[in-house]
Design a binder for this molecule. Structure first.
Ligand SMILES: Nc1ncnc2c1ncn2[C@@H]1O[C@H](COP(=O)(O)OP(=O)(O)OP(=O)(O)O)[C@@H](O)[C@H]1O
Length: 179
């Protein structure tokens, strides 16, 4: 990693309120992860499919809120995993070390746990809404549609937010050759 943290932080206006700065830093990290991590990109599409299903089946507002919360947990778990991977790469200087490998495996195990929980909840919601009806063009449970759509737009806003890699993160393990 070249000039990792401080160089990028210096670009955020130092005169900004601490809260605004904190949000800007968080957004920077989230945008980085959503542009570089294949798992997060896949999760965005999975959540888009889930939203489409909810537009059609129109679950109750409580069920829709549950799916939004669960998807937040999945995204958060992926973000923690990404942070841990980066920290481990820096700590191990991209060299093989059994502890570094184990740390990454544990972090990815945590994501797997959350993902299975999310799948179980999605399955339970689908089963509990049986028999399914296509409510796509009706006004039924409109609050659910609004909630899911707002969260979907927020997720896609982060995914499509212009990403300017102001730091260079090299992960030689993936490319094969270490520098
Ligand atoms: N420094 C290391 N030393 C030993 N093993 C490692 C090291 N880095 C990664 N590994 C092993 O390779 C696996 C994949 O690591 P990598 O950094 O490529 O993650 P990734 O493919 O980006 O994972 P994810 O798909 O969760 O983002 C790890 O789970 C770990 O078992």
């Amino acid at each position: 990693m070249k000039d990792a943290g401080r160089g990028g932080h210096a670009r955020t206006d130092a005169r900004a309120q601490p809260f605004v700065r904190a949000v800007a830093y968080s957004l920077r990290g989230v945008v980085y992860a959503f542009h570089t991590e294949k798992n997060l990109k896949r999760d965005v599409w999975l959540f888009t499919c889930l939203a489409a299903v909810e537009w059609c089946l129109r679950p109750s507002i409580a069920q829709a809120a549950l799916t939004v919360f669960v998807s937040m947990c999945v995204f958060a778990a992926e973000l923690f995993n990404t942070a841990i991977e980066l920290a481990v790469d820096v700590a191990s200087t991209w060299k093989d070390h059994p502890v570094a490998g184990m740390a990454k495996d544990v972090a990815s195990g945590a994501v797997t746990f959350v993902a299975f929980g999310a799948l179980a909840i999605a399955a339970w919601l689908l089963v509990s809404d049986w028999p399914w009806h296509l409510w796509l063009w009706s006004l039924r449970n409109l609050g659910s549609v609004v909630l899911v759509t707002i969260w979907l737009m927020a997720v896609w806003a982060v995914r499509l937010w212009p990403y300017h890699p102001d730091i260079e993160i090299k992960r030689p393990r993936k490319g094969g050759a270490a520098e």
